[in-house]
Structures are given as C-alpha cells and as structure tokens.
Design a protein around this ligand. Structure first.
Ligand code: NAD
Length: 363
C-alpha cells in the first residue's frame, strides 16, 4: 500500500480479475481475455477503462445484459465491408473478432470498413487499433454507446450523446513507438468521473454541466448522491458530461452517433422505447487501410520521421516535452509493467467485495 493507493503487480492483478470472472461463471479462456484487456487499459494509464469496470461487468453478466461465449455473425458483406452483429457478447471477445475480419478484408482489398453493432462494452478502443497496427494496418474507429447517453450537445443541457470515442492507429516497426490517437469526445471519459467519485484524480471544473446550465467538476452531477465504494449509476444524476472542444467536439460526437449508431444499425445513445433496461451496447464503425496499397513510399518510416519533427517543437513551458498521440500511454505502460498498477483504495475495496460475492480468493 502507498497512501490510499494499492499497487499491485500486473500478473497478480490479471489473474485476480480473471479469477473473479471465472468464479462469476465466465468460461476460463474468456475470463482471462477480459482480464487481460482490462489490465491493458490500466497499463496505458486509462484506469477509467481498466479493472474498475469489473464490478459493473460482473453485475451486467449476472443480469444477462452481457453474454459469455458469443461469436460475431455477419449481417451483410462484400469483399471490402461487413456489417457485424455482436449479440451483446463481452466486448473483449467480440471486438477482436470484428477487428480480425477487418484485417483479413483490408489485406485482400487494401481497404475495408466493418460496422459492428450490439457489442458488450469494448473498453479502451486503443486496444483494437493496436491489434490492427500489429498486423501492419492503419485503422480509424468511430464508436458510440447504444442507450448510453451521458453528454450534452454544445449549448445544451440535456444528454444527447454517449462519450463517443474516436481512435486512429498507425502501424510501427521495430522499437519505434506506436502512433495512436484514442480519445473520448466528451471533455473527460465517464470512467474518469467514476475514478474521481472513488477518490481518484478529480475531473476538471468544467467537465460537467448541471441542470441549471452551470459548469461543474462534481461527480454527483452525473451520479447523484455517492456511497463510498458503492455502485455508480450514471442515471442517478440530473446533469451531463460536456463535449470537448465546444461546437467542434460536439459535432464529432454527433457524427459518431450517426456512423457507429445509425449506420451500424446498433442504434444511437438516445433512449429507445421498449429497449431492455440497462442493456447498453457499443457500436463501432472501423476503417482499415493497408498502407502498402497507397502511394506513400515508406509509410511507416515517413510517419515516424514526421512524428519526430512534431516532437522537436520547442516546449511552450520550460521543462515540459511535446508529445505525439500515444506517447503518454507508451511511457505509462513501461512504468507500470516495471512497478505495478496503482489502484485507488475504493477501487480495490470494490474489487474485493465483488470477488467475495462470487467466491473468488483475494490475493
Ligand atoms: P485522454 O484524454 O487521456 O487522451 C486522449 C489522446 O490524447 C490520447 O491519444 C493521448 O495519447 C493523447 N495525449 C494525452 N496527453 C497528451 C499530451 N500531453 N500531448 C499530446 N497528446 C496527448 O483520453 P480520454 O479521452 O480520456 O479517453 C480515455 C479512454 O476511454 C480511451 O482509451 C477511449 O477509447 C476510452 N473510451 C471508451 C468508450 C467506450 O464506449 N468503449 C467510451 C469513451 C472512452
């Protein structure tokens, strides 16, 4: 323990989380996969999409809102595209299947678009861009959360979007760092409010908007009154998250709803009459590009040369460095692999409570 943080080695944490899912009734290979991807989010510093999600995932599994052992099915396809049904399987199982289909099609056609609908929560989108990049492909991802509205549009107060991430990954070779933009279109991801509500890093004072239109950094605006370590219900508060970048970020969030919600057939974040209460699904329109099929002579080398040039911009503030997308995550991963993953005391307590509830041993 360090202060109110619990630092836990990566392998111990991964097997603990896998064991929780196994004891909850998830088949062992899938349980291990869910654990690996949740811990991967923690490793990159995105604690909001890491193991903190375990209690919520276990509850959704118990409630039949997310299903184990699912396989994607293809609703429509051509050599360069597919519409894919995720059957509300765990996102950590469904997303890699959809990505692999995109990789296979892009390798043949140079370009492919995969419209995934009804996946369980697919977590950190960077994991899926990294999977494509490892196969040598560029990928562009637009994501929404069906029935998951949390974010007010620019100039509005009522929730109309989910946190709608956009992600772009660029392949790499050898020891060169991955170039990866992976960002929610809300000013902060909902999970960051979740982390703040558990005593973690506070969110900026303008991340949320209260029903009276005033801006706020108080998690109760989203969740309503908080019980320590208790579950957080984003339907409990009267306010909303704010989109990043004023009208421009709000516009990008809007287009994620259209591409990942409407085009995939998964639905927008808005409440849908008759929908199964609490069942939320991720939609993702992903475009895979094989750079070998395009004109750039040596795409990976030129992209990294340009990244080095951006990097070399003189810092605005003495002692700080200019970073390119993905660099912060790579540094955090290296540090946490060596030193362990820090978890807030309340997050650790919630994991232990979930473990106890399913009969999993606590390390
Ligand atoms: P963030 O704000 O921490 O980072 C966004 C991007 O900015 C990253 O690409 C990062 O490399 C880059 N960056 C960070 N600091 C930088 C700096 N100093 N200089 C230059 N670039 C920098 O990320 P976020 O918006 O909070 O998103 C968190 C995670 O939540 C993402 O992994 C996202 O995929 C995930 N998410 C998932 C869902 C879902 O429904 N599955 C919804 C929302 C968000």
């Amino acid at each position: 323990m360090a202060g109110d943080e619990h630092v836990i080695a990566v392998d111990t944490l991964t097997s603990f989380i896998g064991s929780i899912f196994r004891h909850a009734g998830v088949e062992s290979e899938e349980a291990a996969r869910i654990a690996r991807y949740l811990v991967s989010a923690n490793l990159t510093g995105h604690d909001s999409h890491g193991v903190i999600r375990t209690p919520r995932y276990v509850q959704q599994f118990k409630d039949g809102l997310v299903l184990g052992g699912q396989t994607i099915s293809i609703v429509a396809e051509s050599p360069t595209h597919a519409v894919v049904e995720g059957h509300y399987g765990f996102g950590q199982t469904i997303a890699p299947q959809a990505v692999d289909l995109g990789i296979a099609k892009a390798r043949k056609g140079g370009l492919a678009a995969i419209a995934l609908r009804h996946a369980g929560h697919i977590g950190r989108i960077g994991d899926w861009a990294e999977r494509a990049a490892e196969a040598g492909l560029i990928s562009i991802h637009f994501v929404n959360v069906e029935k998951g509205e949390l974010v007010a549009p620019y100039g509005g107060v009522d929730r109309r979007f989910s946190t709608n991430p956009v992600c772009i990954g660029i392949p790499t070779t050898g020891s060169r760092p991955m170039l990866l933009l992976d960002m929610a279109t809300s000013l902060v991801a909902e999970g960051k409010v979740l982390v703040a509500s558990n005593g973690g890093k506070p969110v900026p004072g303008d991340a949320l908007v209260a029903p009276d239109g005033s801006v706020s950094g108080d998690p109760t605006v989203l969740y309503g009154p908080l019980t320590p370590g208790g579950p957080r219900n984003a339907g409990g508060g009267e306010g909303a998250l704010r989109a990043f970048g004023e009208h421009k970020g709000s516009g990008l969030a809007f287009m994620c709803e259209i591409l990942a919600g409407v085009l995939t057939g998964g639905g927008t974040s808005g409440p849908i009459p008759g929908g199964k209460r609490g069942q939320i699904g991720n939609g993702m329109l992903a475009i895979y590009i094989d750079p070998a099929s395009f004109a750039a002579k040596d795409f990976v080398a030129e992209a990294h040369e340009y990244a080095a040039y951006v990097h070399a911009s003189r810092p605005q503030h003495a002692g700080e460095r200019v970073l390119v997308p993905g660099e912060k995550e790579a540094m955090t991963r290296a540090h946490r692999l060596a030193h362990g993953v820090p978890l807030q005391a309340q997050t650790w307590a919630a994991l232990c409570a979930t473990a106890t509830s399913v009969g999993a041993p606590i390390p």
